[in-house]
Design a protein around this ligand. Structure first.
Ligand code: 13P
Ligand code: SF4
Length: 303
């Protein structure tokens, strides 16, 4: 049986030989985050996928993230350690249904959260992440926006813009599980803690928060804030990066259900295997890739 240090050494060696880069989302297992060249939020990972000189990208995240990397870098080999690692929310939006909704609202622009399939991105005017959703909506000349697929993030945006926002009925089960009672109970136990929650949480949860932030925003906040304790309303994988960034501070996850099961499917052993076999590869059909790329490039151009 190979031990962790051996595994890390083998991955490091093979990665260099193959000119590969390992990208990992903050929700990945700690040992995967530690083996990665870049750990980031969806936005930073998209940016790196578009800019890297590596020939091979091992994407430790879920399928839509690997697809995004392939859309942005179609000439590179993009590997996903576990093919079952998909985002259940991304699967709640089907391209044909989006086309039908666009026909009902011909003057609306479609803003798709990156948590969507390549086919849905191809039908969208622009993409967004949790870090720039409002900025993206405000960047458009349109007064009516179809926001797809996260109804919670759509409501978060709708409450902060004068535009009309048509919601899709999708949600992230991991964040949607979190209740106002969970937050209130955590606040009672830790009255001095700062409450930060992800915009994928329900409105009654975001209403109780001091800050509504994506994963990178949360990391920035803990580094900049003088507070010592934080109630964290997002997937528990972020705790690894939080403790690495500010080890002296305390992080309280208000529910034991803040685990995304598919994010946890990728295992370090599989990272080595995919580097050895260069399979499974994630590819996107050329026509969809071209159209989806426009929506992603537009997002990357919004500053
Ligand atoms: P961010 O890291 O962009 O906040 O994304 C959260 C998420 O749910 C990714 O699946
Ligand atoms: Fe999808 Fe939610 Fe898991 Fe992110 S945390 S991959 S949005 S199910």
């Amino acid at each position: 049986m190979v031990n962790l240090n051996q595994l890390r050494r083998q991955i490091y060696q093979l990665k260099k030989e193959r000119n590969a880069i390992i990208l990992a989302h903050y929700y990945q297992r700690p040992e995967i985050q530690d083996a990665a060249d870049l750990v980031g939020d969806s936005f930073a990972l998209s940016l790196e996928a578009a800019q890297t000189d590596a020939e091979i990208i091992v994407f430790c995240g879920v399928r839509f993230m690997a697809e995004t990397a392939s859309i942005l870098s179609p000439d590179k080999i993009v590997l996903l350690p576990d093919l079952e690692a998909c985002c259940p929310m991304a699967e709640m939006a089907v391209a044909e249904d989006l086309v039908a909704l666009k026909e009902k609202h011909p003057h609306a622009a479609v803003v798709s959260y990156v948590n969507t399939s390549a086919a849905v991105k191809a039908e969208s005017d622009i993409c967004c992440t949790s870090a720039n959703a409002l900025q993206v909506v405000e960047s458009l000349p349109h007064q009516t926006i179809i926001f797809c697929p996260d109804r919670n993030m759509g409501r978060y945006v709708a409450a902060r813009t004068k535009k009309e926002v048509i919601l899709w009925d999708g949600y992230c089960a991991t964040h949607d599980h979190l209740t106002a009672e969970d937050i209130l109970a955590a606040k009672q136990r830790h009255p001095r803690a700062v409450v930060m929650v992800h915009p994928e949480c329900r409105p009654e949860v975001t209403e109780l928060a001091d800050y509504i932030l994506g994963t990178r925003g949360m990391l920035e906040l803990v580094s900049q804030s003088s507070a010592n304790a934080f109630i964290v309303g997002t997937e528990a994988g972020l705790s690894h990066a939080l403790y690495k960034a500010e080890p002296e501070k305390t992080y309280i996850f208000p529910s034991s259900r803040l685990i995304c099961p598919t994010m946890k499917l990728n295992a370090l052993e599989r990272v080595l295997e995919v580097l050895e076999t260069l399979e499974p590869r994630i590819t996107v059909p050329a026509d969809i890739q071209r159209r989806a790329r426009k929506a992603l490039d537009k997002m990357l151009a919004v500053r």
